[in-house]
Write a protein that binds this ligand. Sequence first.
Ligand code: HEM
Length: 370
Amino acid sequence: MDSKILMTVLLSFVPVLLLLSSTEAHVEYGAYNTTCPQAEKVVYEEMVNILATSPDLAGALLRLHYVDCFVRGCEASILLNSTSNNKAEKDAELNKDVRGYEVIDRIKAKLEVACPGIVSCADIIALAARDSIRLSNGPNIPIGTGRRDGNGSSASDVPLNLPSASANITLLLSLFAQYNLTAKDLVVLSGAHTIGKAHCYSFSDRLYNYNGNGSSDPRLDANYQTVLKQQCIPNDVTSLVGLDANNATAFDLGYYSGLSQKKGLLTSDVALLDDATTNAYVLLQANKTSTDQFFADFATSLMLMGKIGALTHGKGEIRKQCSVLNPAPPPTPTPSPAPKPISASPEMRSAFSSVLSACLVLSYFFIQFY
Ligand code: HEM
């Protein structure tokens, strides 16, 4: 082929290639290595300090990453406050007990001093979740960064994307599948319930009103039920119970062994026993002594979850304050209209041409006679 034709054909693909590369989300390891090399260290040191005084927040921050990613993607929509004309995600019924917002604000304040306007709130949530796992004796997961912050949040998006505590396996599988997360990802990520707590109202129907008939859930171990009833009296709206009956502060296999012993706390946890793939994984981990495989699986699935709907390549913004959108930039001044050419009236034009003609006649005579 003629080299010019070849070049033309190749060049005609450039816009398509540019478009493709700009729509592919890149959450990559060490995205702040040049722009803010100390970013991950700042987050880790703050997390060490925070969890030293409030160890309960480890679970809260891991959950924050999940509820952020499942609604609009991992772009910090969960952190935005409601406004007079918009009810935000954090005020949705399903999110009423999500905690840890003040931790993100505290870390953001430190990062704005270290590297103003560089580190996104979405990345701070992801890094805080990563460090919560690590500081609970879990794996140190090499998560990617480079997410940017979104520009909206709506409470009405929440029930469509987040399963409730009473979700069955069909609903759980389909909600995860909408983000290309498999049955294995579902059972692995649910393993996050190895740390953290749930309010009594998230499972009290299983104790006092199973299927609306005043009985208790037969899939709940009888002794465990007695313990739970002591911790949660009917209509208790404040008390918290560990999600992992064995040890709710260590990132370990206790969640799976609890599930296999009829000690799963939420209906959605017990639902994992109702699908062949998820059931097999629960039983596999329940009988292991080494956490190696669970840790490796959790790292893989968490990194997948952390890429859901991530905004990169200049989309979105880096919020200055995580709970509010950046102020809109001032409108660009519209260029003042070009001055109109002064147009002469017909009378002026005829007067001007008369003067001009007279000048021409006079010059003619002047040249002739002198
Ligand atoms: C599979 C679907 C899921 C459902 C239905 C679900 C539901 C819940 C519920 C109802 C609570 C207790 C809220 C309360 O009563 O205060 C909770 C807590 C928690 N969830 Fe999930 N969750 C799911 C998946 C996940 C995932 C994928 C993660 C993280 C990767 C996660 C991490 C956590 C953590 C760490 C807590 C404890 C929070 C705290 O201590 O404040 N959950 N979840």
